[in-house]
Write a protein that binds this ligand. Structure first.
Ligand SMILES: Nc1ncnc2c1ncn2[C@@H]1O[C@H](COP(=O)(O)OP(=O)(O)OP(=O)(O)O)[C@@H](O)[C@H]1O
Length: 355
């Protein structure tokens, strides 16, 4: 059997990217495919969606093994490459993972992730408050609560457990009083405090489901509240969604700054732009004099921002009314003028990717 380009491509179609659910030929990942009959050697470049793709070794090994099974091939040389931003968006951002029936109905203009290194710094509150502020500006807003291990978004909005419905097109998000669309694992549980032990792959699977099977409709902004600590959920978001960038939330505690720096490195490795650093619980304004007291210690936000190559965009004070309204499911009543610079950043048109 003479080995030609068509045969090589057919064989490489057996190699499936498990996250995207499509083969590497159809995904346009195979470039410069050549066969040298003298040396019986195949060479090609595998263009990854992101340089840090954790599946790269697996994809290379599967491609190599598939080709070596063909009689007449003795060697396979794979060079790793990275797709251009435009190609990456075409592959990941076009809703590849969305079933065709949803692809035409869901139009999501931008996705922004809210990330912290450490839990408890107020990431979910910030996500909810940003959603509320965007909604007040007339935006159509969705919140994908990917913090599956501690999903507090529904509680902040007063949405009851078991509040998700579906139809034959997909899962319908819960709608808050002001019209924000919310999807969260907590909305799928029979009771708000039901204990769930989520293993890593299940978390990734659920995020994929929230992206691929939810009937979001038309959204200006989808905010993704990411769980602290692990890289897999962020990686899933980066690979599946048209992510514009991330907002980094930290607090003055040294440990929070230390851990958030790990998140900075991860975002850098995945080429996710950081839109800004938000320091929450930054100070407590004295009710009598307004003088700021740094209750949790001096700020480390500038160091975090320098590492991320961006600005400290917002410093949020400790506001006891925020806890009270959040606990009562009335976060939509909070007005935080301090969020204005972050709001402006999110509302600004996304910069065009470099050609
Ligand atoms: N600026 C603030 N002033 C007062 N209380 C706040 C502030 N920010 C957050 N809180 C309160 O701190 C608690 C933790 O906040 P939140 O759940 O948003 O944190 P988180 O980082 O998302 O935590 P986790 O990662 O554990 O979900 C909540 O009770 C919230 O109301």
């Amino acid at each position: 059997m003479a080995i030609d380009d068509a045969i090589l491509r057919e064989v490489l179609r057996q190699v499936i990217d498990p996250e995207l659910g499509r083969n590497i030929i159809d995904l346009g990942m195979v470039r410069d495919l050549t066969f040298d009959p003298q040396e019986e050697r195949v060479r090609f470049t595998l263009a990854l969606t992101t340089a840090a793709c954790p599946l790269r070794h697996r994809l290379v090994e599967e491609a190599r093994a598939a080709l070596l099974r063909l009689p007449g091939i003795r060697d396979v040389e794979v060079t790793l490459g990275v797709m251009s931003e435009e190609e990456r968006r075409a592959v990941l951002g076009s809703g590849v993972s969305q079933p065709p029936k949803l692809a035409g109905l869901n139009r999501i203009r931008q996705v922004i992730a809210v990330v912290s290194g450490k839990g408890g710094v107020g990431k979910s509150s910030l996500t909810a408050l940003l959603a509320v502020a965007l909604r007040r500006q007339g935006q159509k807003v969705g919140v994908l609560d990917a913090d599956i291990t501690g999903p507090s978004i529904p509680k902040l909005f007063g949405l009851p457990a078991g509040g998700l419905r579906g139809n034959d097109l997909g899962i319908l998000p819960a709608i808050t009083r002001t019209g924000i669309r919310v999807v969260s694992a907590n909305l799928m549980l029979p009771e708000e405090d039901a204990a769930v032990a989520w293993r890593g792959p299940l978390i990734t699977g659920l995020i994929q489901q929230f992206w691929g099977q939810v009937l979001w409709g038309q959204l200006d902004t989808l905010l993704v509240d990411l769980p602290p600590g692990t890289s897999d959920p962020l990686l899933t978001v980066v690979r599946q969604m048209p992510l514009r960038g991330a907002v980094l939330v930290t607090s003055p505690q040294q440990l929070a700054a230390l851990v958030v720096r790990k998140a900075v490195n991860l975002l850098k490795n995945l080429s996710v732009p950081v839109l800004g650093v938000v320091e929450n619980l930054a100070y407590y304004p004295c009710p009598q004099t307004g003088e700021p007291h740094e209750i949790f210690g001096p700020s480390h936000a500038a160091e975090v921002a320098a590492a991320a190559g961006c600005e400290v965009i917002v410093r949020l004070p400790i506001r006891p009314d925020l806890t009270l309204l959040g606990d009562a499911g009335r976060i939509e009543e909070v007005d935080l003028p301090e969020l204005a610079p972050l709001l402006a950043q999110v509302l600004a048109p996304a910069p065009q990717p470099a050609a």
